[in-house]
Design a protein around this ligand. Structure first.
Ligand code: ADP
Length: 253
């Protein structure tokens, strides 16, 4: 069963007299307990898809359904609650609160949602993510890889239905990136979470169960059990699939 379903999603940005169609009628389902990578050329709509699916942005039209509830049918207040309670988000630049300790950063979503903080559960999770000796540290005292692991703990602590990650390894060195990807995979395999990750890196995509390829705001391909080599090869062809609109834009740049 699909825990996340997006149907006929369109997101049109207006401004400066011309419209940009970031998502052009995109439909996709994501099964519970799977790890999906989303790839495609720059400007193909990957971030917009994630933002709309996570309730950080509203599509111009179309539906987002998470765990049987339609996110797109709700008002602003309900959307904020939905986001707090049912999804987790991991950003490229971590987005941690610099003045808060590791433990405080991770408990923040629970507090914002008015939920009880189970200190032992928080500590167990942080230990599991290799941060057991860092609980009282602030982000500035941690490496990039450690910061991203704190962000993953923060995304997992509410036991969300879907965890979205937008280029989570983009600011990390090879070792930090590998640790983060292994943790995301473990979140799926060991905790049964569902992860959707945008990446431009075929090696990162190979950690996922499947890869969706986007071009011009649509899905143009899918690969199950990806390997870095096969993903890199397919990506070269996805660039060819992008329409004349993109070629013109690239030519003008
Ligand atoms: P990707 O993540 O694949 O690089 P994005 O989803 O960021 O693609 O962007 C898709 C398209 O929408 C691009 O043409 C981009 O310039 C445009 N876009 C994204 N955000 C905005 C915005 N806030 N205002 C106007 N255009 C935007």
């Amino acid at each position: 069963m699909d825990i996340l379903f997006v149907e006929d999603l369109r997101r049109v940005y207006a401004g400066g007299g011309n419209e940009i169609t970031a998502l052009d009628g995109l439909t996709a389902g994501f099964a519970a307990g799977t790890f999906t990578a989303v790839m495609g050329p720059s400007g193909s709509g990957k971030s917009t898809l994630l933002q709309c699916a996570a309730g950080l942005d509203r599509p111009t039209s179309g539906r987002v359904v998470i765990g049987g509830a339609e996110l797109t049918a709700t008002g602003e207040a309900a959307m904020t609650r939905f986001r707090r309670e049912r999804v987790g988000f991991v950003f490229q630049d971590f987005n941690l609160m610099p003045a808060l300790t590791v433990t405080q950063n991770v408990t923040l979503p629970l507090k914002l949602a008015g939920r009880k903080v189970d200190r032992r559960k928080v500590r167990d999770l942080l230990e599991r993510l290799g941060l057991g000796d860092r609980l009282g540290h602030v982000p500035g005292e941690l490496s990039g890889g450690q910061r991203q692991r704190v962000a993953i703990a923060r995304a997992l602590i509410t036991e969300p239905e879907v965890v979205f990650a937008d280029e989570p390894t983009g600011a990390l060195d090879t070792r930090g990136a590998r640790e983060v990807l292994e943790l995301l995979r473990a979140a799926v395999r060991d905790f049964g979470r569902t992860v959707v990750m945008v990446t431009h890196d075929p090696v990162a995509a190979a950690y996922a169960d499947a890869v969706l390829f986007l071009a011009d705001g649509r899905i143009v391909g899918r690969m199950d059990r990806p390997t870095a080599e096969r993903v890199a090869e397919r990506l070269a062809h996805v660039a060819d699939l992008a329409g004349p609109q993109r070629l013109t834009a690239a030519g003008a740049a």
